[in-house]
Design a protein around this ligand. Sequence first.
Ligand code: A3P
Length: 358
Amino acid sequence: MHEELALLALSSFVPPPCLLRLLSFVIFMETTTSSSNGESVLRDEIQDLVAGFPSAKNWDGTPLYFYKGVWYPVSGIRGALSFQQHFIARDTDIILASMPKSGTTWLKALAFSVVNRNIYSPTESPLLTTPPHDLVRFFEMDLYSKNQLPDLEQLPSPRIFSSHTHYESLPPSIRGSSCKIVYICRNPLDQLVSYFHFARKFKRENVKPLTSIDEGFDNICRGIQSYGPFWESVLGYWKASLERPDKVLFLKYEDLKEDITFNLKKLAEFLGLPFSEKEEKEGVIQEIAELCSFDNLKDLEVNRTGFFKSAGAPNSTFFRKAKVGDWCNDLSPSMAERFLKIVEEKLAGSGLSFKVSE
Ligand code: A3P
């Protein structure tokens, strides 16, 4: 299948836009080199550099490295440094940013569907056969960790990428260009609990499996978690969204759960692709909401099976419960109170607050 597509590209045949898009994607996927997740990605000169960074233990037992105010997981540090140094943004790029376990997968599906709605109808959407993380790829633990200089030039505009990097650490060309950034955040208690369950699924050689949420909780309270501190990530994008509302859209997971139609319209408008009256009447917004809904995506064969190599996790681990307030099943009231108090103190005066229950 891939060979046939590559041959088509070399012939004089002029493919229609949808095939062109697919061709670029397939060829791009095949020119990047693959590597496994975990310590093995720490190679060559990065290894020496990282040796000088403060380090701590992540919830899944692997190391975290502290660099310029951010705790990077071992699977992301090499890619993050390379991304920050080398990525050149186009004005038409769309960057989806988040803390892990904040609704990144959902946002990827929504943004991909909004941007490509004139190319693929919901019944033909690549989301039905491809995991969202393969359609919108991470800079740190995917593109730039597999290849220090991935060739992203051949991707057609608008390119959509994803990042867990904090706003202040984004490459200058992202902050300096007219590209758009959409940040999704989630209340800190559900984000924490979602990460705990995610980390529990990892079985790594020589690493004791995580059994209790108490393990590592003190670290989380000190901001030591993958791409943490939590408050630094959300505050950076929150302030940027207030200063540059045309550049940074700040979304909350809980708001999307409450009113997906309103938030899909907001997203489409922000991306410069508002839904027309005709589309609204024809129910295009509802179709996208349904296609990207938790119940729909989690039951698709492609998301129930298969493995997301870059994160070292089965695709199914990105779909768990998707509930607002689920933290109360894992955190004791005193733990929740302690963590919320810390976050509230850190966010004091920013005007940013979170809904922690339904
Ligand atoms: P839970 O662990 O609370 O269920 P991320 O995509 O950033 O890794 O976040 C994963 C969280 O988002 C998980 O939360 C997952 O269930 C939830 N999620 C995944 N897809 C979703 C969707 N389409 N709609 C709502 N929530 C979704």
